[in-house]
Design a protein around this ligand. Sequence first.
Ligand code: ADP
Ligand code: MG
Length: 690
Amino acid sequence: MNMLVTHNDYNYLLKDITILKGVGKKTLELLKKKKIRTLFDVLWNLPYEFIDRSNFVEIKKLEIGKICTIKVKVIKYNFPRKRNLPNKIICEDLSGKINIVFFNSREGYIRKILPLNKDVIISGKINYYKNKYQITNPKYVIPIEKENLFEKITAKYSLTEGITENIYKKIIDQILKNIPNLDEWHNAEILKKNKFEDWKTSILKLHDPTKKQTFNSTHYRRLAYDEIFAHLLVLSQIRKKIKKMEKNQKVFKNLFYEKIKKNFNFNLTNNQELIIREINKDFSSKYKMFRVLQGDVGSGKTIISLIVASNVIESGYQVAFMAPTEILANQHFELAKKIFNGLKINFELLTGKTENVKKKKILNDLKINEIKLIFGTHALFQKKTEFKNLGLIVIDEQHKFGVKQRMELSKKGGKNCDVLLMSATPIPRTLMLTVFGDMDVSRLLEKPSNRKDVITLSKPESKIHEIINYIKKEIKNKNQIFWVCPLIEESSKLDYEAAKIKYIYLNKLFPKNVGLIHGALNKEEKEEVLIKFLKKEILILVSTTVIEVGVDFPNANIIVIENSNKFGLSQLHQLRGRVGRGNKQGICILLFKKNLSENAKKRLKILKSTNNGFKISEEDMKLRGFGDLLGYKQSGIKDFKLADPIHHEDLFLFAEKNIKKLELNNENLKKFEPLLKLYDRANIIEEIGN
Ligand code: ADP
Ligand code: MG
C-alpha cells in the first residue's frame, strides 16, 4: 500500500480510509457517523485525553480507581483448578503486595508474560478487593528489559460504537506515519512572524501525546490559521466574483424620497442617512449590490429599506420584499401604506392567505410591471413568481442563509437585481468575517434618539406575587405584557407544558386577558393569537422560547422572562427588544430560580448594564463560546475544525489583512490550491461558477 503514496501529494489525504491496511467498508460506515471519511478527516478527531503511564508508583502509594504503573517482582502464582475462578498472581515491591488478576487467560500465557521471580512493569487501573490492591486484566505487562520500548503516554480518542481502540490506533498510526510533505503555501514572512512550523510538523505535534495541546500552542495556531485563511480566501474570491457581476446602472433623483420624508414624524439618524447614501451608491454602480444591513432590534432598518426601495422604483425597476413570517410581511405592508401615502407607487401583499382571484391578478400585474413593490414571505421566490423588471430583493431578518443560498437568490433575481439583507442579530467582528465575508456590510449602530433604553430588572421566582401586583396595575392602563416561559432541555413538548401551566395560572388571575402561543401550534393558529395581541383583544401573551422575530408590538411595554439564566445573552437581548418600541418605557423582568451560578450572575449583570446588542454579543461569545450565539448553529460556522473566533481573533484579522495584500499584489493563488482542496473550500468557488 505504501508504494502508492507519493509523499508530496495532498490527494493522498483525501482518499477514503478504506485504503488503509485492515480498514474495511464496515469501519468506514461506522466512522462516517463521526463525519470521518477521508484520511484528512481523521486528523481532526483529536485525542480528548492522554494517559500517562510514565511514572512508577510505589504500591503503598497507589490510588484506587486511577491508572497507575508499577515496577514489581512476581512472587507467587495461584491457578485455581475450578472453572470461573480467575487466575491470581501475587507481586510485590519494597513497599507492599498487589494481586494481578486474570479472567479468561491461560496459565501458559500468564507464566510467559509474568515469569516467577522476574521484575516486570505492569500498568492498569487500580482496584481494591478484600483488603488488597488489585489490577484486573492489565493491558500492559512489560519485561523490565523492554522498558524503553513501552509506549508510556497514549492518546485516547473519542470513538463511535463498534470501533475499538485497537482498530482506531491502526488507522491513526498508519496515517501519521505517511503524512505527505506538502509544499508550503504561506509566505516565509508569515511563518516567521508567527513562529509557525510546516504543516506536517504541526500535524504530528497535534497528535503527539508528549506535547501540550492548547489553543495557543504554536502548532495549533498554525493549523487554525490554515483553516481560517482557507475560509476567508474563498469568501473573498466569491466577493470578487460578485463585484464583477455587471448590471444596468439605476438612475434616480430621490424624487419619491423627498415626499416620503413628510410621511413620518421623526428625523432619520445620521447613521440611517449614511447607510441610505451607501446603498444608493451601489444602485448607481454598474456592478450588482450584495449588501447586508446589520442593526440592533428597533434601530430602524425597515424605514431604510423602504426609502431605498423607492429609488429603485423611481428608476423603473420592481422590488421584492421578503419577511420570515406572514405577520411580519403584513406589518411591512402596513408600514408601506403609511410611508408611501400620496405617492404613485403600486404595491401589494402576497401571502398564503391571499385569495386565488387576487393572487392571480397580483402575479399577472408583477409580470407586466404594473405592481412595483411586492411584500411576502421567503416563499415568494420558491413559487414561480415572474417579474418584468426586478431591480432589488430585500430580505428581512435573515441570518440563516448560507453563501450558496445567497448566490442562488441573486441569480434568480436576474441580471439587474441588487440584494439587500437585513439582520438584527448583532455579530462580533470576527464572526462577521466568517458569516458575511462575501458581502458588503452596513452597520447601523446608532439608535433613534427618542428610543429609551429598556429598564432591566432581575427577581427570584419566589417574588412572583410582586410581579403579579405590578401587572395588575399595568393592565388597568391597558398596557401589554409578554410572558416568556423557560426552555426545558430543548424539548418542545415540555416547553409547552410549562407554558400551559403558566397560562392557566395567569388566566385565573386575569380572565379573558391571556393568550398562549407555543411551538405545537401551526402557522395560522400562531398568527391568530398574535393578531389578537396586536389588536389588544388580549393583554398578556404567554409564549414559549421565541416570540416571532421582528414583529412590532408598539403597545407592549413589559416582558417577563422566566428562568432567564437558561437563555443566551443575545437571545435575552432579542426578547427584550420586543418591548419599549412605542412611546412607553419598556421594562424587562428577568426571573430566576434560586442559586444562580457565578457565570449566570455575570450574564444577568451584563444584560442589566447595557442595551447595546453588539457589546452583549461580544460578551456572550466570551462567556459561552461562539457556537451558541443565536442562530449561528445553522450557518455552518461551527464547521471549523480547530479555529475559534474567540481564541484566535488575531488570526482572523491577520488572515484578512494578508488576503487583502495578496489580492492587491495580484499574487498567483495557485499555490493555495492544496489548502483549499484539503479544507473542502475549493468546490464552493467552482459551484458558484461565473
Ligand atoms: P428594526 O431595525 O428592528 O427592524 P424597525 O425598522 O422596526 O426596527 O423600527 C422600529 C421603530 O422605530 C419603528 O416604529 C420605526 O418607525 C421607528 N423609527 C425608525 N427610525 C427612527 C428614527 N430615526 N427616529 C425615531 N423613530 C424611528
Ligand atoms: Mg425589523
